[in-house]
Write a protein that binds this ligand. Structure first.
Ligand SMILES: Cc1cc2nc3c(=O)[nH]c(=O)nc-3n(C[C@H](O)[C@H](O)[C@H](O)COP(=O)(O)OP(=O)(O)OC[C@H]3O[C@@H](n4cnc5c(N)ncnc54)[C@H](O)[C@@H]3O)c2cc1C
Length: 306
């Protein structure tokens, strides 16, 4: 797609721009075709203006974080992909020490946030141990585990609305769902406020984190590219068990395989295309539906044309 010259000039002014950039370089699946334009802003405050200028040209804008929950089509993504990730502890501040409130920029890696909070003697955020990606992606996905979700500690978000305005919004109960926080279409997350607790015993908090990481290393096929669990757990079921009981452990299409270690992971064995992964997702859905009459809904965000 031909990018408008004025728009390109604007993007170059505000950050770095790569044209026809393979999304395989930006997804943990290591698959996905080219984004017309891959943009990393120096300061996300420019995104209001960028979105307005793009909308005038009829060019779509997609914001991503660390790409750890994405399956991007081999045909790529039309328009502009904005990457908000890769920030360290400099993107975190204590917003209110009496209230144990931290603010983290959307671009901050979850790992950096966890480390920052542990070092300052907080607890309540240990469930973040081993979760890939960034704060913004974690907020949108309401990421978490059986030990906690983002919505347990997130109180308020800073967003850019689709009209380009920077706003703060409290998290209310009706926004919270399993693997998702509901925002208005087109909202971009700039950061979030997290309420933690002072750990009674900070060393115990660190020990919990170390144990969680060891347990995840033991249970998850981290030696292969993946996007973590592919399917949400349907009410009353564990997806990994349904997939296992449907006889799909190790089932392969092209370079994509249902992990033998954890059957809710589909792994890239080294040469998978996104199409292989997509076809395997569909196959698993069909087989589980046929055998048990249960629909598996993907947790992974499928982007582009398949
Ligand atoms: C090995 C492995 C293990 C995993 N384990 C878990 C787990 O235990 N629990 C869990 O919940 N998830 C898990 N995941 C999935 C994934 O890591 C989480 O969903 C993570 O929070 C996604 O963050 P991200 O920054 O990579 O977001 P991305 O994958 O880049 O984006 C996710 C979604 O958020 C949107 N988005 C991202 N940033 C913004 C922003 N700033 N503004 C607006 N929209 C935005 C994207 O458009 C997309 O729709 C795992 C993944 C892997 C690879």
């Amino acid at each position: 797609m031909e990018m408008n010259k004025r728009l390109l000039y604007l993007l170059h002014r505000y950050g770095s721009v790569l044209l026809d950039e393979p999304m395989a370089n930006h997804t943990t699946y290591k698959t996905g075709g080219p984004a017309d334009c891959f943009f990393v802003p120096k300061d996300p405050a420019c995104l209001g203006e960028v979105c307005e200028a793009s909308a005038k040209e009829g060019i779509s804008v997609l914001v991503i974080g660390g790409g750890s929950n994405l399956l991007v089509s081999d045909k790529g993504i039309r328009g502009i992909v904005v990457a908000l990730c890769g920030e360290g502890e400099s993107g975190i501040r204590i917003a209110d020490s009496d209230d144990n409130l931290l603010y983290a920029d959307a671009r901050v890696d979850k790992k950096a946030f966890l480390e920052f909070a542990l070092r300052r003697g907080f607890s309540g955020m240990e469930f973040l141990a081993g979760l890939p990606g960034c704060i913004g992606g974690g907020i949108v996905m309401n990421a978490g585990t059986s030990m906690g979700w983002f919505s347990d500690i997130l109180t308020r978000v800073r967003i850019i609305t689709k009209d380009g305005l920077v706003r703060e919004k409290n998290i209310s109960g009706d926004m919270i769902s399993y693997r998702g926080l509901k925002f208005e279409r087109g909202n971009i997350i700039l950061g979030g406020y997290f309420r933690l607790q002072k750990a009674e015993n900070p060393e115990e908090a660190r020990k919990r984190v170390d144990d969680i990481i060891l347990d995840r290393e033991h249970k998850h096929p981290l030696e292969y590219p993946s996007a973590g669990s592919v399917f949400k757990n349907p009410e009353g079921h564990a997806s990994w068990k349904l997939i296992n009981d449907a006889g799909l452990r190790g089932y392969t299409i092209g370079g994509a395989m249902v992990s033998e270690k954890h059957t809710n992971f589909i792994i890239n064995t080294g040469f998978a295309t996104s199409s292989d992964i997509y076809r395997l997702i569909r196959h698993v859905q069909e087989q589980v539906e046929k055998r048990f009459g249960v629909h598996l809904e993907p947790e992974v965000k499928v982007l582009g044309e398949f």
